[in-house]
Design a protein. Structure first.
Length: 286
């Protein structure tokens, strides 16, 4: 954990960002298979890597040979666990605490990553927040600004900071959502940011593909992570969480992480501007 980085206080109306250490049952983050060196010698910066999908991505990337910069807000216990997971895979890890909605923090986090890990090859913009509201009139101005600040401004800030260090063969993978394609009646501001992220992914791909830098995204469906129980979902909604998809259950983080790996490594060398959909069988437009 960075000793000189102060976490900016968040504006929120619930228990975000949430601790995986307090979540029951615990999400499955463990990689399913032995590594094959697909990210050998690479350095990956992953936002929201302390828990949920981010932790599973960090574990899988480490198993495939990457050193990991773990960016997180304030869940120090979760971040320490992810760092331990990466180091048990024989890779280096640093944990940097702060708010990605702060441009200055993003610049410092990238600089620390490059200084301590020797470079930057893969940027995973995974961190996000959501707030459930039944009526659009329930969304406060502060919440609206906060959701966009984290979910889309943070991606711009980190990508701007990372851009000078990315080179031919580098990859950016953004996390959008099935809500971008289906909508969500109780996640109006969140869904709007996910639409922005998909457009950002496609536009950034057009901007960087000529430089040999690929930009893609993953659009998870209902995945069991701290984001949902700590993001304001009602007990009634949590009881049936994920049951409305064709597979009839929520997904686990380690069922999503392979999509990020595929887009980060050379297996997807002919793909840019695309979105993968680990969502339990829901058919959506691409």
């Amino acid at each position: 954990m960075s000793d000189d980085t102060e976490t900016i206080e968040m504006i929120h109306e619930d228990a975000l960002p949430g601790h995986e250490s307090q979540l029951e049952p615990k999400p499955d983050w463990q990689p399913h298979y032995p590594g094959s060196g697909r990210l050998k010698g690479k350095v990956a910066l992953i936002t929201g890597a302390d828990s949920g999908i981010g932790r599973a991505v960090a574990a899988l990337f480490a198993r495939e040979g990457a050193d990991i910069a773990i960016l997180y807000l304030c869940e120090h216990d979760d971040a320490a666990k992810t760092r331990e997971i990466v180091e048990k895979e024989g890779r280096r890890a640093i944990a940097v605490a702060g708010d990605i909605g702060d441009k200055g923090f993003c610049e410092r986090a990238v600089a620390e990553t490059v200084q301590r890990l020797g470079g930057l090859d893969i940027l995973v913009n995974n961190a996000g927040e959501q707030h459930a509201d039944k009526e659009i009139t329930d969304i406060s101005e502060e919440q609206l600004k906060r959701t966009f600040q984290t979910n889309i401004f943070g991606m711009f800030f980190l990508t701007q900071a990372a851009r000078p260090h990315l080179k031919k063969g580098s990859a950016i993978v953004n996390c959008t959502s099935v809500t971008m394609y289906q909508g969500s009646k109780e996640l109006l501001d969140y869904s709007a940011t996910k639409g922005a992220i998909t457009a950002f992914t496609r536009s950034l791909s057009e901007n960087l593909v000529g430089e040999g830098i690929r930009v893609n995204a993953v659009a998870p469906g209902p995945i069991w992570t701290p984001l949902n129980p700590f993001g304001g979902a009602s007990p009634e909604k949590l009881k049936d969480f994920g049951k409305d998809v064709p597979m009839g259950r929520p997904g686990q983080p380690n069922e999503v992480a392979p999509s990020f790996l595929f887009l980060a490594c050379e297996d997807s060398s002919y793909m840019s501007g695309q979105v993968l959909h680990p969502n339990g069988g829901t058919i959506v437009g691409s």
